[in-house]
Design a protein around this ligand. Structure first.
Ligand code: ZN
Length: 203
């Protein structure tokens, strides 16, 4: 059994400190999937483990679509492991859009792939774009699930923050359920340190 937490730690992708997340909440931990995926062999290994779960479920997939930018590497690696097409959706002035000549065929079966599923907002927007073009979104996938949504092969229940449809399976390799705090309740702030946004200091 693959230990995804150890792979993240070994890749310096599981950061410990005092972080301000994109939601505005504070946390002691931050997942930087790009650091895991900078090693193509690790990306391949993770994607193959994810593909194995999807194939075992019996769900047929014709293509993978990822929301840019975060999902592109894991989505491409998953499409390689499943031996299917890969496309991505990207934001144009804030609106998730499929462009670059990618064509979604009528009734083609899609899996939407992210690096990490937090509430699944971007994944859902990409799914809506695929469906708008006639595609059929049959499942979601991510390397790891941040604990708001419920994935296959885990007892963790979805919270009200999860935006993914409950009738479609989510495949992921691990649940990472770190505590998050509103700024006013953050114990790290109370200890006197300052939260920073990963990426905002040149890293
Ligand atoms: Zn804080």
């Amino acid at each position: 059994m693959m230990n995804v937490a150890i792979i993240y730690k070994d890749s310096q992708a599981l950061l410990e400190g005092h972080f301000k997340l994109s939601s505005g909440n504070h946390s002691q931990f931050y997942l930087q999937s790009a650091k895991v995926l900078e090693n193509p062999k690790t990306a391949k290994l993770l994607a193959e483990a994810l593909a194995e779960q999807i194939i075992a479920s019996g769900i047929k997939i014709d293509a993978v679509c990822s929301p840019a930018l975060g999902g592109i590497i894991s989505g491409f690696a998953l499409a390689t492991a499943l031996d299917v097409r890969f496309i991505f959706a990207e934001r144009v002035e804030g609106i998730m859009t499929i462009r670059r000549g990618f064509e979604v065929q009528e009734n083609e079966k899609y899996i939407i792939c992210e690096d990490i599923i937090t509430t699944g907002g971007s994944a859902l927007e990409a799914a809506k774009e695929v469906e708008k073009s006639g595609g059929n979104v049959v499942a979601y996938a991510a390397l790891a699930n941040r604990g708001f949504c419920s994935r296959e092969n885990s007892d963790l229940e979805a919270t009200s923050s999860c935006k993914l449809p409950l009738d479609k399976p989510l495949f992921a390799l691990e649940d990472f359920t770190f505590e998050m705090y509103e700024e006013k309740d953050c114990p790290l702030c109370k200890d006197g340190s300052t939260a920073y946004k990963p990426g905002s200091r040149g890293n």
